[in-house]
Design a protein around this ligand. Structure first.
Ligand code: GAL
Length: 434
């Protein structure tokens, strides 16, 4: 009996080594990088704040002085990002979306900020944002107009890139409205990328190129990655659970296409974090945070940092979850399984660690138990031959030492997620664990 167990254990171990080798070979084989946009930026997903989902195109500073798109709003958010732990947690880019512009270019053809709402112009705002140790993002459009109808950059790519660089802008979100043709769209995104590079300033380039090609054309992600630091694939996020579900469904249905292309320098962008707003329950906010970490998504919050609950703030600033999002290996996770209204997602991390997210999609009843066998995680290697497991969300707790052949039973709230981190159990980690 004893010899049989030993033999089985050694066979299991051998199988483990073979799997480990295959996995390592795969990781080394498809590390993207050499063919990413060569601007040295976004080596991990961009983190920051973007005004669109929460503040939209509110230009009425008379009626709504506290929430209109204005210098004042961005200065207040900058101040809070620096003073309330956001910057320290990694949220660095403060980004302006549509509706910052004056309705017309200036006499020299340059874009200009609306003089009433941005009395000091973008230059003064950039200086202020930089003085807080943050970076400034701006918005423009590849076509004839922005989506909200302000001047588009078509025919002005070089002038606009130079203007942004002179102002001290650090990120450009380039939208895709009002393009005459697919050629205009593709040429425009490429030309703006090259124009930004020529300015010599480090400017993260955030695209919506694939979103505007679909469903009529198939995006060439290899090419898109050569020009953009991140790219939106899917419709705008809303402050609702339905919207989060749609984004997750689109991502998992297209994962074979979009995951291999993500990595340091270039990321799939499932759109803003809406945590801290009105539409998501606590469990749904946990789900968004966990899954955006698994998806290696840019973490661009769109909320009101002046009015945010301590719970939402703690969730958004959770350093263990952010560490998964920012993992230096830069491999995007994927959906491993969907069954009985549960989904299991996983993501490989540095040092052969894994993140695993289990979502309970059933919207009736109470918490449900999901039992997962550890052999099925991390392509057979997540817990091979054993591992230490820490639950990170919804609350942090150590789940201890586990063997490959064991299984884990986890309770998950309706529309909530349990996020785990699996680590190899070596001597040091064992010591730190206890
Ligand atoms: C949309 C874009 C949004 C926002 C908006 C501004 O097309 O996807 O994220 O930028 O335009 O008008």
């Amino acid at each position: 009996m004893m010899t049989a167990t030993v033999k089985l254990a050694s066979r299991v171990r051998r199988l483990g080594y073979v799997l480990a080798f295959c996995f390592l070979a795969q990781v080394l084989w498809d590390v993207p990088g050499t063919w990413a946009l060569n601007n040295g930026l976004a080596r991990t997903p961009t983190m920051g704040w973007l005004h669109w989902e929460r503040f939209m195109c509110n230009v009425d500073c008379q009626e709504d002085p506290d929430s209109c798109i204005s210098e004042k709003l961005f200065r207040q958010i900058a101040e809070l990002m620096a003073s309330d732990g956001w910057k320290d947690a990694g949220y660095e880019y403060l980004c302006i979306d549509d509706c910052w512009m004056a309705p017309k270019r200036d006499s020299q053809g340059r874009l200009q900020a609306d003089p009433k709402r941005f009395p000091g112009g973008i230059r003064r705002l950039a200086d202020y944002v930089h003085s807080k140790g943050l970076k400034l993002g701006i918005y423009a459009d590849v076509g004839n107009k922005t989506c909200a109808g302000f001047p588009g950059s078509f025919g002005y790519y070089d002038i606009d890139a130079k203007t942004f660089a002179e102002w001290g802008v650090d990120l450009l979100k380039f939208d895709g409205c009002y393009c005459d043709s697919i050629k205009h769209l593709a040429d425009g995104y490429k030309r703006m990328s090259l124009a930004l590079n020529r300015t010599g300033r480090s400017i993260v380039y955030s695209c919506e190129w694939p979103l505007y090609m679909q469903p009529l054309f198939k995006p060439n992600y290899t090419e898109i990655r050569e020009y953009c630091n991140h790219w939106r694939n899917f419709a705008d996020i809303y402050d609702s659970w339905q919207s989060i579900k749609n984004i997750l469904d689109w991502t998992s249905s297209n994962q074979e296409k979009i995951i291999p292309v993500a990595g340091p320098g270039g990321w799939n962008d499932p759109d803003m974090l809406v945590i801290g707003n009105f539409g998501l329950s606590w469990n749904q906010q946990v789900t968004q945070m966990a899954l955006w970490a698994i998806m290696a998504a840019p973490l661009l919050m769109s909320n009101d940092l002046r009015h945010i609950s301590p719970e939402a703030k703690a969730l958004l600033q959770d350093k263990d979850v952010i560490a998964i999002n920012q993992d230096p290996l830069g491999k995007q996770g994927y959906r491993l399984r969907k069954d009985n209204n549960f989904e299991v997602w996983e993501r490989p991390l540095l040092n052969l660690a894994w993140a695993v997210a289990m979502v309970n999609l059933q919207e009736i009843g109470g918490p449900r138990a999901y039992t997962i066998s550890l052999t099925s995680l991390g392509q057979g290697l997540g817990c091979n031959p054993d591992c230490l497991i820490t639950q990170l969300l919804p609350v942090k707790r150590k789940l201890g030492f586990h063997e490959w052949t064991s299984s884990l039973k986890i309770q998950i709230n309706p529309t909530g997620t349990v996020l785990l981190r699996l680590e190899k159990a070596n001597l040091t980690s064992l010591k730190n664990f206890h």
